[in-house]
Design a protein around this ligand. Structure first.
Ligand code: DGY
Length: 418
């Protein structure tokens, strides 16, 4: 039984493997997505280390000259995804979107390297300057006093989280016009962002395209600029892993150490005492979102201890049949099936669980892993899950759910049966 789920996970990853990159799932997401790919590499590393390196190396082929690593790389033409290359208008080869995504790649590069440093060294030597340039791009362009901002909800990876509600209300959709969404032909619309969200997503894409994705212009006048606790914690953690790689390679470390101090103090501005959580902050209005989301609990992953966060984590875990909901289940904005407004996501559980364990909260880390394993055992390798009843949601046969099963959640990792 355990064995067969491991085998199923490997088969899903092989099935979604396009040779040099892995699509998240057929139909809904037919190209290479940034953080999906980094998770895929983490999963491949459990059974094919060489393929894991290829995944990350292919991701970095999409890097822009300014260091940005885009959230989608359209390696090959494929019907059925919207918005495609012409909507983005990014003029890159290979074709890409115009925004980034949470930079988990350095963290998984380090994890893969540590599995076999000898075999990994030449890969890390090639990847290190590219990862460094990407992190520098974040600091140069998305840093507001040590808080990392997103210019589009898609950049956060948490598209329709309540974190963005207040800022999204100010996005003018009058430039959008008619378009046809494809996501709702693949997945039940109740599990996806609603139409008004989509109009706003597209308005922000067209604003970026309209200024040629000029970072200075978007920072000054872009329709959406929100400091994201998720992005800030993930980049902080990724900088710690990049620093470890720099030390391995004998590369300079001062710049990276500076980024770590900057973000360590910057992220404290995102603590919202009114909700006892790290919260999103709209740079345009100075308002907090008032949203307790799963990304608030990435503090441990970033190496930051927080006893109030642990109290809230325990409260949410106690009222959730399956941890960990993407939004506070006691909030009136909680929707158990709608994408990032409630469902549990295996990838976020993994990041939170790694952090909890590293910071010594083993009981919580193990409970989170057990819940993740139960969800997958009962409902398969779905994109995300209803935390109330455990039912599967979103795309099926999902690469990152298979990957985190293999690398973190599978009980066979902790028994001799593997
Ligand atoms: C989508 O198309 O839903 C993606 O989340 C954007 O990256």
């Amino acid at each position: 039984m355990l064995k067969s789920l491991d085998e199923q996970a490997r088969a899903i990853m092989r099935g979604n493997d396009q040779g040099t990159y892995t699509m998240p799932t057929e139909g809904l997401y037919p190209y290479q997505w940034n953080w999906d790919s980094a998770f895929a590499a983490f999963g491949f590393a459990t059974f094919d280390l060489a393929r894991a390196w290829v995944e990350i190396e292919t991701l970095l082929t999409g890097q822009w000259e300014n260091g940005m690593v885009p959230h989608i790389i359209f390696h090959e033409a494929s019907d059925g995804y919207f918005p495609g290359p012409s909507e983005w208008g990014a003029n890159q080869t290979p074709q890409t979107s115009g925004i980034s995504q949470p930079p988990v790649a350095a963290t998984f590069t380090r994890a893969i390297f540590e599995k076999n440093p000898e075999a990994g060294r030449s890969h890390v030597e090639g990847l290190f300057p590219k990862l460094l340039a990407w992190h520098r791009w974040f600091i140069d362009n998305r840093n507001e006093n040590g808080m990392i901002v997103v210019n589009h909800p898609w950049e956060s990876g948490r598209d329709n989280a309540p974190d963005w509600d207040e800022a999204m209300e100010n996005v003018d959709t009058s430039n959008v016009g008619e378009y046809i969404r494809n996501d709702t032909s693949h997945v039940d619309p109740h599990m996806r962002p609603n139409q008004l969200d989509y109009d706003r997503f597209m308005a922000i894409v067209y604003a970026g395209r309209g200024c040629g994705w000029d970072e200075a212009e978007m920072a000054k006048n872009g329709p959406f600029r929100v400091a994201d606790p998720g992005m800030t914690f993930i980049l902080l953690r990724a900088n710690r892993d990049l620093l470890a790689l720099a030390e391995q390679l004998g590369e300079p470390t001062d710049e990276i150490k500076g980024w770590i101090s900057l973000l360590e103090s910057g992220v404290q501005q995102l603590w919202n005492p009114a909700i006892r959580a790290y919260d999103a902050l709209n740079i345009r209005t100075g308002n907090f979102a008032g949203s307790m989301s799963s990304s608030s609990f990435l503090c441990w992953f970033a190496g930051i201890e927080d006893s109030s966060a642990l109290t809230e984590f325990d409260r949410i875990a106690a009222v959730s049949k399956y941890s960990f909901p993407s939004h506070d289940p006691e909030s009136d904005r909680f929707e158990p099936l709608r994408y990032w407004r409630g469902p549990a996501w295996g990838i976020i559980n993994t990041l939170i669980g790694i952090g909890l364990a590293e910071m010594g909260h083993h009981k919580q880390a193990e409970a989170l892993r057990d819940d993740t394993a139960s969800l997958i055992t009962q409902s398969g390798f779905a994109e995300y899950f209803n935390p109330v009843d455990g039912s599967p949601a979103g795309g099926k046969d999902f690469t990152w759910t298979a990957a985190i099963w293999l690398a973190w959640a599978s009980p066979s990792l902790h028994t001799k049966e593997n």
